[in-house]
Structures are given as structure tokens and as C-alpha cells.
Design a protein around this ligand. Structure first.
Ligand SMILES: [Zn+2]
Length: 312
């Protein structure tokens, strides 16, 4: 539960229990809404709206979730109408990646900007764009799928079916996967010890080994950072942004990620134009999604939300 001054009043974490089907999950969301209504009442504040950030493709205008990868059996499921009817307050729905972008925009690494984008580097690469102070959804409501920008024509096959997507190279999981493939191909690396111990190789292993001077890990990590920079250059030429935020599990690499991405960006960007974005790390972690969903709900309900002023 988030107040209009950006303070977090209450938080709950519950399992989705998606395998029990859409009706069960919706029931749990409604129970959670009732829990928050009671919490608001105890605090003497009014619950003005509920914001939902859900995985997968969203039809925001229709209030439905379409075939999310982690929710089997959800072909197109209405979420807004049943929750709104049960809770008696307006409900907004957006993609969870978009909600996280809005969270950082409002009270995290994007505050004070009007035009920004975020790349969330996890199992896949999520993203989102804020233009002129508002989330940009686009004509078909799928804007901001930044992980599926093609950075290598006819390159590696992506889960989406395209070839050469950023996500096929530079997510946390595909970074680790590329290292595994080189080791399986016979290249020598300290990372081979991780694999032979039966551990799952992660992007953190790759980053740590790269820092320690392992040649294969350096090659893989540099390629990840170079392609992230390519995506940032393309974003900048398309949108002329003030800030690009790197978020998600892999952003825990901190300067080991930021420094090479900034360097590759500097080398690849059109040298004669000075209007470059700041490339920075996210600040809110896992809170970004619910903070952003709350912001969208408050905007929808006409609440005067705290300004994003203050800068960094
Ligand atoms: Zn893709």
C-alpha cells in the first residue's frame, strides 16, 4: 500500500498459486484487496484505487491479461472488472515491466526526468519507456519490449521466435548460456570448474570471473555490455532520452556492468551530438513494480501524486 507522498504504508507477499487456475488467482487478489481495505481503515486513510502489474501481454483498455508465460491456461482473462466490482474502487492494470519502469520514474532512479527508458536484465529482458512524463503504451499497447530489439540480424534464436534479439544475448540467463556453450565447445575457462561441480552457471559467475581476468568470461561479459550499449544507442536515436536505467538481477553487478556499458555507448554513439542520456542503475529493486502500479492507480483515480521532482 503506497501513499500519494511516495511512502510505503503496508506490504504483503503471497504466492500466486497459478496452477489452481484463473478464478482461484483472482479470488486471492480480491482477498488481498480486502486485506488492504481493512489496513487502510485501521490507519484512517482512504483506499482510492488498486493498481495491478501482471506478467505477459496486457490489454490495458480492456482490463485483461493475455497468455502470460508464468500463468498457464490464461488465454485472455479479465482482471480489472472482477477485482473492481469486489473492492468497490477503480482498478488499473498494466504489464509488470511497465509498472516497474513507472515506479523508478516516480520515486527511483528516474525521478526528476520527463523522458526515460529502463532495461530490466533478468531471465529475459523487460523494458519500458516514459515519454513526456507518461508511460508510452503505443497503438497496440506493446511498446517498450526493449528485450526484443534486434541487435544481431539473423543471430541467435530468441524465445519470442525472432532471431538476434537483445534478450538472446544479454539477459542474465543468456549471458550465462553463452559462456556454457563456449565451455562445451572446448574453450578453457575457470568457469568450467563451476559447471563440473554440478552448479548452475549464472551471469554473476561470469561477471566475477571476468573481473578476475578469465579470458572467456571477459569475452562473454564484454559482448553483453557491448550489445546493451548498442540497444541504448538505438534507443537514444529513436527517443532522445534524458536517462536510461539498468535494472533487474544482473544490475547487482553495479560498476562492473555500468562502466563497460557507458564506455561502449561512448564509442558507438554519434560523436558530434552532445545530447546523451545518463545511463544509471535502478534504485528500488523489487519494490519498483508495486510502487509503479500504485502510481498508475492514483493517477487514474485523479489523486494528486507527489511530483517526480528532486532529481538524483
Ligand atoms: Zn525476442
Amino acid at each position: 500500500m503506497v501513499a500519494s507522498d511516495q511512502s510505503i504504508l503496508e506490504r504483503r507477499v503471497i504466492p500466486t498459486e497459478a496452477s489452481a487456475g484463473p478464478e482461484h488467482v483472482i479470488r486471492r487478489v480480491i482477498d488481498l484487496s480486502n486485506d488492504f481495505k481493512q489496513a487502510a481503515s485501521r490507519r484512517g486513510v482512504r483506499l482510492t484505487g488498486i493498481g495491478i502489474g501482471a506478467p505477459g501481454s496486457i490489454r490495458a483498455a480492456r482490463g485483461t491479461v493475455v497468455s502470460p508465460p508464468n500463468l498457464p491456461g490464461w488465454t485472455e482473462v479479465a482482471l480489472v472488472e472482477p477485482v473492481s466490482r469486489a473492492a468497490g474502487v477503480p482498478v488499473t492494470l498494466d504489464n509488470d515491466a511497465n509498472a516497474a519502469v513507472v515506479g523508478e520514474f516516480w520515486s527511483g532512479a528516474g525521478r526528476g526526468t520527463r523522458d526515460m527508458a529502463m532495461l530490466t536484465l533478468g531471465t529475459g529482458i523487460g523494458g519500458g519507456v516514459v515519454l513526456n512524463g507518461a508511460l508510452w503504451r503505443g497503438r497496440h499497447e506493446n511498446a517498450g519490449e526493449l528485450g526484443h530489439k534486434i541487435v544481431i540480424p539473423d543471430g541467435r534464436v530468441c524465445k519470442c521466435g525472432q532471431r538476434g534479439c537483445l534478450e538472446a544475448y544479454a539477459s542474465a540467463s543468456t549471458t550465462a548460456q553463452r559462456a556454457c556453450e563456449l565451455i562445451a565447445g572446448g574453450k578453457r575457462s575457470s568457469l568450467a570448474d563451476v559447471v563440473s561441480r554440478g552448479e548452475t552457471l549464472t551471469s554473476k559467475h561470469v561477471c566475477t570471473a571476468a573481473r578476475a581476468g578469465d579470458a572467456l568470461a571477459r569475452e562473454v561479459w564484454e559482448e553483453t555490455c557491448r550489445l546493451l550499449a548498442v540497444a541504448c544507442v538505438n534507443l537514444q536515436h529513436t527517443l532522445n532520452l534524458e536517462r536510461i536505467i539498468l535494472a533487474g538481477g544482473m544490475s547487482a553487478a553495479g560498476d562492473d556492468l555500468l562502466r563497460p556499458v557507458r564506455e561502449h555507448f561512448g564509442r558507438q554513439m554519434w560523436a558530434d551530438i552532445g545530447d546523451r542520456p545518463e545511463i544509471v542503475l535502478a534504485e528500488l529493486g523489487n519494490d519498483a513494480g508495486f510502487v509503479g502500479a500504485a502510481y498508475l492507480a492514483m493517477k487514474h483515480a485523479g489523486v494528486a501524486v507527489g511530483a517526480t521532482t528532486g532529481g538524483r
